[in-house]
Design a protein. Structure first.
Length: 294
């Protein structure tokens, strides 16, 4: 029999709901409403309010080649970081799940990167990969064409991708390890008695049984890669060199708060929201078919 909490007075129930509603309104509905307002209006040059312009801000955004380039970079960044963070997290979880020596210490070390805030991680990696003073300075001085993220856009993007993947591999590791430990040990032991190797057990038994976790991590990893990349890009490359690492979320910030184009930045944020919705719909529509929940 299902038990539900009831209140004799309506105002008492509303009082309990009020804090959550205030948070939702303050951090979701209010910013969303403001973004919609700015996306369809344009501030007058000398103040005096905003003027309704309809879809002109969106037309201007879609006519900008730099914006399409930021979309391409963001999609590449999302796909690459998701694959790297999930792949490394899965390998680490499989290693710890085998019950190797010192696995408890390894588990703690693997989780630590996710606890580091993005700007701090970006600052550390910026020093490590800096061609003028970091650990890669010897390579950069002797062979500048091999590694120079300050001038080569591909090197800078690789540096950003590696830093982001390193940080979020810890999150994937936590979920993968929990999913692997939920598999009955009798299943693993039976396959081992049948002669299945470690790789065969991982491929045919463990990975198929944790497909719900894999699907969940794909969804949140792709979504987070569009949102949480700002701190890393801002500290490591500032969008450069030559806008080679200017992702969508960083371009919204740059155009809005540095270029003072609030209407254009608001329109970009609306487009980003729809892109994330489309990607999430695609994943639930097509990828979820391969997920086995039982």
């Amino acid at each position: 029999m299902e038990k539900r909490a009831t209140f004799s007075k309506l105002w008492l129930g509303m009082l309990f709901v009020l804090p959550q509603m205030l948070l939702v309104f303050t951090f979701f509905y209010w910013p969303t409403g403001a973004a919609l307002y700015w996306a369809f209006t344009l501030e007058r040059p000398w103040g005096g309010g905003n003027e309704w312009v309809g879809l002109d801000n969106f037309r201007q955004v879609f006519a900008d080649r730099a914006y399409w380039a930021s979309i391409t970079r963001s999609l590449i960044f999302a796909g690459t970081t998701t694959a790297l963070s999930m792949g490394s997290g899965l390998l680490l979880a499989l290693a710890c799940d085998r019950g190797l020596k010192f696995r408890k210490a390894f588990q703690t070390l693997y989780v630590w990167p996710y606890a580091v805030v993005a700007p701090a991680a970006a600052l550390a990696f910026r020093f490590i990969f800096a061609p003028e003073a970091g650990l890669f300075s010897l390579i950069a001085k002797s062979h500048p064409e091999v590694w120079n993220p300050t001038q080569n856009g591909y090197h800078a993007m690789a540096m950003v991708i590696f830093c982001y993947s390193w940080k979020y591999a810890g999150l994937c590791f936590i979920f993968f390890l929990a999913a692997l430990q939920a598999i009955p040990r009798s299943v693993i032991e039976a396959s081992a008695l049948d002669g299945a190797s470690v790789l065969r057990r991982a491929r045919d038994i463990q990975i198929p049984l944790i497909t719900p976790t894999i699907f969940f991590l794909i969804v949140i990893s792709i979504t987070d890669s569009f949102q949480d990349s700002f701190g890393i890009v801002d500290v490591m490359t500032d969008g450069g060199p030559a806008k080679a690492t200017e992702l969508m979320v960083y371009k919204i910030y740059f155009d809005g708060f540095r270029g003072l184009d609030y209407s254009g930045a608001a329109a970009q944020s609306i487009v980003l929201m729809f892109i994330m919705m489309a990607l999430t719909f695609f994943q639930f529509r097509f990828i979820e078919k391969r997920v086995h929940y039982s």
